[in-house]
Design a protein around this ligand. Structure first.
Ligand SMILES: C[S@@+](CC[C@H](N)C(=O)[O-])C[C@H]1O[C@@H](n2cnc3c(N)ncnc32)[C@H](O)[C@@H]1O
Length: 280
């Protein structure tokens, strides 16, 4: 009797251990599976249309709804035929999580309200499409997470939908290719810093290669700032329209004298500035 009791007890313990092990293994497997998504943030690359990736095209193909700006719609029209297009106005996102009540100026407050309304409308449209079981792709240029503008706000706003990023070619990649040089091969430092005019001074002590996303900064002001950190002999290059076969070009020089070369030239928004002795 005692032995039957003991046998049953051990059988039960063994079964319990097996169940726990199976549940543990299943949890381990499923916990590592990313949740399935129907919301994609898709890079369309930079410059010409042929710098989009195959993965981006596949993702667009399987989407019923595309969120993009008019300019992008016109450029990628051959991939977007028959898709429902939602207009993605950038202005709607600039005010994300910003408090309207803090604005004193009436006109500015009205502008902010409009911008909030634009964003709320777009968010509602995207949610509506997802609720209806549709797949949605938000298109953006370059690497969406390098000074990407609204894309990190999309990630925040739609966190519950587990959005997925489709990577793409940044202007930084295209500009490196245009320069055709190993940008980490400096004498003083084998590092590169991606930065803006606002932040560059903080990290320039060891003279890394600097890649400056200019964002409307006046080139003269940028050069004056750089001169406080680098010697006048340091090479500098400006890559205009990286990734555009017909428009891409580079102006090269030295920090001390570059302004003589660029005087009187209007700079487009699309230019990256490289500084560093890797160009020596
Ligand atoms: C808001 S950032 C966007 C960068 C984008 N996320 C990327 O990875 O390409 C904009 C800045 O990138 C640079 N830029 C964008 N497109 C460019 C291009 N085709 N050629 C050179 N620079 C470009 C300019 O410095 C511009 O001020």
């Amino acid at each position: 009797m005692t032995s039957l009791y003991s046998k049953t007890k051990w059988m039960l313990i063994t079964v319990a251990i097996m169940v726990i092990a199976i549940l543990g293994a299943a949890h381990h497997v499923f916990a590592r599976q990313p949740a399935e998504t129907r919301l994609y943030l898709v890079s369309i690359g930079v410059g010409d249309v042929d710098l989009i990736t195959l993965r981006a095209i596949d993702t667009i193909n399987k989407s019923q709804v595309i969120v993009c700006r008019k300019k992008t719609e016109d450029k990628f029209v051959k991939y977007l035929k028959g898709k429902e297009i939602l207009d993605a106005s950038l202005s709607g996102w600039r005010t994300y999580r910003k408090d309207r009540a803090a604005i004193k100026n009436k006109k500015e407050r009205r502008k902010r309200r409009k911008s909030n309304e634009t964003r709320a409308k777009l968010i509602a449209q995207i949610r509506h499409a997802l609720d209806a079981g549709k797949t949605v792709s938000v298109l953006g240029s370059g690497d969406l997470l390098i000074y990407g503008g609204p894309y990190h706000w999309y990630l925040e706003e739609f966190k519950d939908m587990h959005p997925k990023i489709i990577p793409g070619v940044s202007c930084f990649n295209a500009a490196n290719a245009a320069l055709g040089m190993e940008i980490m091969s400096g004498k003083e430092s084998h590092s590169a810093l991606l930065t803006t005019a606002r932040d560059m001074e903080k990290f320039s002590k060891h003279h890394p290669t600097m890649v400056i996303f200019t964002m409307h900064t006046k080139f003269e002001d940028l050069v004056e700032k750089l001169k406080t950190q680098y010697s006048p002999e340091t090479p500098i290059a400006i890559v205009f329209y990286a990734g555009y076969k017909d428009k891409e070009h580079i102006t090269r020089g030295r920090l001390g004298t570059i302004l003589q070369k660029t005087q009187g030239h209007d700079f487009p928004f699309e230019h990256l500035v490289y500084v560093g002795d890797f160009m020596n």
